[in-house]
Design a protein around this ligand. Structure first.
Ligand code: M6D
Length: 382
């Protein structure tokens, strides 16, 4: 079966990319101006919607906002049909038979664009063992950030805080929390300025905070469990107790941290990933930003297709990506182009996102217009 009736009047094919809307999600921190502008708004505004969730089957977990249904979930563009219901209409074709056997009807991964106007609260996410033990969840929240750009905020360049310095103990960390000594907490973490192109892996259990002015894409396990140790955000928002401890209470939430300090050099070596070339030819290149050799939980590639002269005919021999039988997500970061699947041709434009079903054939990507076409493609657990 390659056409499924998802709801009255909407048929979605598992042989073609599914074009999705761009869902925004409420967060405790401020940002979003760069996201508005990325999508063509002349002057964007910062607010409590600093994240765009990509190819998302996951609803945002914001205690107190339960009345907002499907926040953060992707819908087929121009409809109120969720990607989740499309997938549930024919899981084997959309996700792949093996995928459904292993992971059920979830994508197994979530990707976001994040634009922070202020530093995020210092936080940690559970690793898989803690997620199972404390939340009854099969997934923790290991995540990986790939820096796309940013802005200087109050004279400070984009930076990230990550990982305990050597010697930090649970007792010391709890004391800093009790006293809400934020400077003391930040002093316990390593701080690195970041540049476009940097890729950083944050495993579950590793404390972190994205600094002000980061514009990045994040790939993560598909949950929204965040333990926050700041009770008031840098811009003054009071974080409710349940938003801090996610229902665990203020003692048990400290079980989620890994108290394993590393030197600055070791932290950088272990968590800053090097991009690896996968395909490099006249038609374009594919680089792995994070792969299964870094983490078993997800992988993400960057695809770059060089520009063609404006007005020139489309290059038929675009970058060929063979079928591999896995479902994936595709996001256009820069430029315009087309994706061809057999006789079918769909346009691609900056800011657009697609779910690529497992049953879809191999495809070809070509740029149109005079700019580079740049995309990310991501996959769930390996
Ligand atoms: O705790 P707040 O400020 O709402 O931020 C939560 C955000 O933190 C980031 O580090 C990432 O983990 C995002 O996936 C998450 O949405």
């Amino acid at each position: 079966m390659d056409q499924t009736q998802v709801s009255s009047g909407l048929q979605v094919s598992s042989r073609l990319p599914v074009r999705l809307d761009h869902a925004r999600a409420w967060r405790t921190y401020l940002g979003g101006k760069m996201l508005d502008e990325f999508h063509g708004c002349a002057v964007g505004t910062d607010g409590h919607f600093p994240e765009e969730w990509i190819v998302s089957l996951v609803a945002a977990r914001n205690p107190g906002r339960e009345s907002v249904k499907e926040e953060g979930m992707s819908h087929v563009q121009g409809t109120d049909i969720t990607l989740r219901s499309v997938i549930q209409s024919d899981p084997s074709s959309f996700l792949g038979t093996d995928h459904v056997k292993r992971l059920g009807t979830t994508m197994g991964v979530l990707v976001k664009l994040i634009d922070s106007a202020e530093r995020l609260a210092v936080q940690v996410h559970p690793d898989r063992d803690k997620a199972r033990e404390l939340f009854g969840s099969e997934y923790g929240k290991t995540e990986c950030w790939h820096i796309l750009g940013g802005r200087t905020v109050n004279g400070e360049k984009p930076c990230v805080y990550m990982g305990f310095k050597e010697g930090v103990t649970r007792q010391q960390w709890m004391g800093l929390f009790d006293r809400q000594d934020i400077d003391g907490m930040l002093q316990c973490l390593h701080r690195f300025e970041v540049e476009p192109g940097d890729t950083v892996l944050i495993e579950g259990g590793v404390p972190h905070a994205i600094g002000a002015g980061c514009f990045l894409t994040e790939i993560q396990e598909p949950t929204d469990y965040t333990i926050r140790v700041e009770r008031v955000t840098p811009s003054g928002y009071s974080v409710e107790d349940a938003m801090c401890h996610q229902g665990l209470g203020f003692e048990r939430m400290f079980d989620c941290f890994h108290y394993e300090g590393l030197s600055r050099k070791e932290t950088k070596k272990r968590w800053f990933l090097k991009r690896r070339k996968k395909i490099d030819c006249r038609e374009g290149r594919v680089d792995t930003l994070v792969g299964y050799e870094d983490t078993p939980f997800f992988s993400m590639d960057c695809l770059t297709i060089p520009p063609q002269g404006e007005g020139l005919p489309l290059r038929e021999d675009g970058l060929r990506i063979p079928k591999n039988g896995d479902c994936s997500g595709l996001y256009v970061l820069e430029g315009k182009g087309v994706i061809r699947i057999g006789e079918d041709v769909l346009t691609l434009d900056k800011g657009e996102q697609f779910f690529l079903p497992a049953a879809m054939d191999g495809f070809t990507l070509s740029g149109t217009g005079g700019e580079t076409l740049k995309l990310i493609r991501f996959f769930g657990p390996g």
